[in-house]
Design a protein around this ligand. Structure first.
Ligand SMILES: C[S@@+](CC[C@H](N)C(=O)[O-])C[C@H]1O[C@@H](n2cnc3c(N)ncnc32)[C@H](O)[C@@H]1O
Length: 201
């Protein structure tokens, strides 16, 4: 997994996708709250590096893969996170109150569904937020972004292998999905990455 961190979040983010991870740490620093749910947590790389507004946040982690959850739980043990092995494509069943922030970083491009269906997931997650809560993350877009030959090559193979599903994804559809369900929202494209957020009132 540390190979994943170094390769995917270090080298590939900077040199292939042209969306350096520093931007995403900054996104977390801006939006992470003292009552945070992270879905598709992976190795917990960004949660480990971001700054929470309090020393002891309520932190709940969800992932499809038990091994990812175990790694993230260990890495983030200082926050005593609760973990759930669940599928974001189905309604999540989480004990306890709603959240003030939800992170779905690099999750949407992994989901084997259309951008329209990704919008429905975004809407369902909104229901887990308290009023004023924020959903945020990053996703890799294929259409309408500046893609190097290397990025196009990797996207081709990652889509063919079913690791990513983003060949139809563009910033406009993402903007519309967020605007449809959130009172305020924003999308910033950096390289192939779209950093996004949506806030309820
Ligand atoms: C590309 S990784 C991103 C990890 C982390 N959020 C980050 O930014 O480094 C995607 C993660 O989402 C998880 N995942 C993929 N599909 C999922 C689903 N349907 N439900 C929950 N987790 C999922 C994968 O197991 C993986 O840990």
């Amino acid at each position: 997994m540390s190979v994943y961190d170094r390769l995917a979040l270090g080298l590939m983010s900077r040199f292939v996708w042209k969306c350096p991870s520093d931007n995403i740490i900054e996104l977390y620093n801006q939006h992470v709250s003292a009552n945070h749910l992270d879905i598709g947590v992976g190795t917990g790389y960004f949660l480990d590096r971001c700054t929470f507004p309090v020393p002891n946040p309520r932190l709940v982690l969800v992932d499809l893969k038990p091994n990812s959850l175990a790694i993230a739980r260990n890495k983030l043990a200082r926050y005593s996170p609760q973990t759930y092995c669940q599928n974001a494509l189905e309604p999540l069943e989480i004990n306890g109150p709603r959240f003030d922030s939800i992170g779905i970083n690099y999750l949407l491009h992994c989901l084997p569904v259309t951008m329209q269906a990704k919008g429905i997931i975004v809407k369902d997650l909104k229901d887990l937020l308290n009023p004023g809560g924020i959903l945020f993350g990053t996703t890799f877009l294929y259409r309408g972004v500046e893609r190097s030959l290397l990025a196009t090559y990797f996207f081709y193979w990652l889509n063919l292998l079913g690791i990513m599903t983003n060949k139809q994804d563009d910033a406009e559809d993402l903007r519309q999905n967020l605007a449809r369900h959130f009172t305020e929202s924003g999308v910033e494209v950096i390289g192939c990455g779209a950093l996004f957020w949506g806030r309820t009132l």
